[in-house]
Design a protein around this ligand. Structure first.
Ligand code: NAD
Length: 357
């Protein structure tokens, strides 16, 4: 008789282990309709900090993949920015326009609180400061509240602008953006502040967005040229700044891109990390890795955790210039995609404290 019991692997635990996650909390509450996932990737450098996203995912697996990738990104982002924070993220599955209620966010706050400070939350896509006020009724482990560090977008935009200048210095020998043709894709919270910086420096600005009223307002206010969504990747430009959603650097768009630099605030810009970072390098396009260039937002959150001033946050976001300069210069010298250099630099900072990722 064969007494051998087959060992069945749980695919989620296998995925956690291959991506290096510490913990996942699945949250469900029938009364409020809450379905959420909180992922803690790594807490070597400090408590895991990362926002909560509310999104209409097509299915629960898509939500899980998103939270796993985003939380790992936060570990890299916080480490490369020299913040005493680990990486985490949360997603609430649902429509942010119809499903919000105080009860739902308070229930979510209780789940956050059950992690006893290992995870600190903040706003992300689909979440407003007032939602976080409800969360804060159940837990102290929340930042980005009104009257505290506030909207992180201006600091994110400033850091992105700094990273863009660093790439410009490497490509053109000067970091002056005057006269440079720059496309900002997505002129929402971050995109608009970025346009403001670029316009002050005399850049020739192009904008695209899915909302015509936003486009019209911003083009009028800053003298920016509107570009049709279907034409934007073919534009003859110096810099492409993705500031909408992720995955815009893919097989189709990279073939079409005619720019010298990609530097923008969107998360997860490379559709496939194994392919598209290399494709940009092969096309001699300088790439400012998303998690390093858009770290201004988390720097702003960190200032709230530590009770530091908004001036401190802006000063710290200025350092993104040097971080991006180092990453991209190494990428060029070593012929290694910039995001891999950035990940290695972040891992070195974590390993110096603890264990390999
Ligand atoms: P937002 O929702 O305010 O703005 C996004 C804009 O992109 C909107 O105006 C939207 O209409 C537009 N958009 C959506 N799909 C588009 C498409 N296909 N083509 C063109 N435009 C499109 O979001 P935000 O806070 O400005 O964040 C922008 C990006 O930066 C997101 O990926 C976010 O995760 C990332 N990010 C934001 C922060 C922050 O501080 N807000 C920090 C780090 C990273």
């Amino acid at each position: 008789m064969n007494n051998k019991i087959e060992f069945l692997e749980n695919p989620i635990i296998s995925q956690m282990s291959s991506m290096g996650h510490d913990q996942i909390l699945f949250c469900s509450d029938n009364e409020t309709g809450l379905k959420a996932i909180i992922a803690i990737h790594d807490t070597t450098l400090g408590p895991a900090l990362g926002g909560t996203r509310m999104w209409r995912y097509n299915n629960e697996l898509e939500a899980l993949n998103d939270v796993l990738r985003l939380s790992r990104g936060m570990t890299y982002k916080n480490a490369i920015s020299n913040l005493a924070l680990g990486g985490g993220k949360a997603v609430i599955i649902g429509d942010s326009k119809t499903m919000k209620s105080e009860a739902l966010f308070r229930r979510f706050g209780k789940f956050v609180d059950s992690l006893a400070g290992n995870y600190i939350t903040a706003e992300d896509v689909g979440i407003s400061p007032s939602d976080m006020v409800w969360v804060s009724k159940e837990t102290n482990h929340v930042v980005g509240l009104p009257g505290k560090s506030g909207d992180p977008s201006p600091v994110t935009a400033y850091g992105t602008y700094m990273g863009m200048k660093a790439c410009t210095k490497l490509k053109y020998g000067s970091d002056d953006l005057n006269g440079k043709k720059i496309l900002v894709q997505g002129v929402g919270h971050v995109g608009e502040y970025l346009v403001e910086y670029l316009s002050k420096e005399g850049a020739e600005i192009f904008i695209s967005d899915i909302h015509q009223d936003t486009l019209s307002r911003i083009s009028k206010e800053y003298g920016a040229t509107q570009v049709d969504l279907k034409d934007m990747y073919d534009l003859d430009m110096d810099i492409y700044a993705p500031c909408a959603l992720g995955g815009t650097l893919n097989d189709e768009t990279i073939t079409r891109l005619r720019c010298q630099i990609v530097a923008g605030a969107a998360n997860n810009q490379l559709k496939d990390e194994d392919i598209h970072g290399r494709a940009l390098l092969d096309k001699e396009i300088l790439y400012a890795p998303d998690f390093a260039v858009n770290a201004g937002g988390v720097i702003n959150c960190f200032s709230e955790v530590e009770g530091l001033s908004s001036d401190w946050a802006l000063q710290k976001a200025q350092d993104i210039y040097h971080t991006i300069y180092d990453i991209v210069q190494r990428s060029q010298n070593e012929k290694i995609p910039a995001h891999l250099i950035a990940m290695k630099m972040a891992e070195e900072k974590i390993n110096a404290v603890h264990k390999p990722l």
